[in-house]
Design a protein around this ligand. Sequence first.
Ligand code: XBP
Ligand code: MG
Length: 252
Amino acid sequence: MSGDLAALVWDVDGTVAETERDGHRVAFNAAFAQLGLPWRWDPARYGELLQVTGGRERLLHDLATRDDAPPAGAEREALARELHARKNAAYADIVAQGGIAARPGVQRLMAECREAGVALAVATTTSRSNVEALFASLFGPDWPAGFAAVVCAEDAPAKKPDPQAYRLVLRRLGLAPAQAFAIEDSPAGLRAARAAGIACGVTRSAYFAAAAFEGAAWVQDDLEQPAPMTLKRLRQALSVTIAASAALASKP
Ligand code: XBP
Ligand code: MG
């Protein structure tokens, strides 16, 4: 199987940008306030809630722990849907105001890939509207032309660590797992990529700074530290991962 790198697949939240603490969390709190609810998620509580992937799922998880949430399941579902829609609108406002920057090295590595003919793609559990808002703010209005496939929560409803988003991105790109490399920031994201057979590097984000990342091809603080992540290093990491998988498969 070819190990030539044909596509670099990006997670969004925590990887392309630090969106959670100052983006999604603030927007969730704005949605609570809009509906006159007294609930607020402080940075520490939000960190705990990030174990649940998917904003609507995160809300439902939190509602299930509250005495003052609607007791009926259908009512809770409706409230979570309403809050989630309002949260996404508030998030779009935050990023449109330039409130979130790309993480170090993201723009540089994307440009290096484009110059070398390596496709860029996205595999995220976040809503499409959030990706559209963030990427328009970071990369300009023509950003869709720069990405060969963008798989979001609406395309792959099974949230990470389920590999559905990564499998779908491979199908849309027409590539085998060994032709792609993923960049993630969370244990759930890493597991999703690996379960789809894709080699994966990790840039630690604020909320997963102390997490263990077993199975990662590399783990860095970001794409510049401790050393710039280049296409050459990505290709080397891909070869090492493929060789390790082949050695494991050939064991009696
Ligand atoms: C991101 C998520 C998302 C975002 C919020 O995970 O879990 O739920 O926190 O976005 P990943 P939504 O970085 O692994 O893709 O509210 O649109 O879900
Ligand atoms: Mg992430």
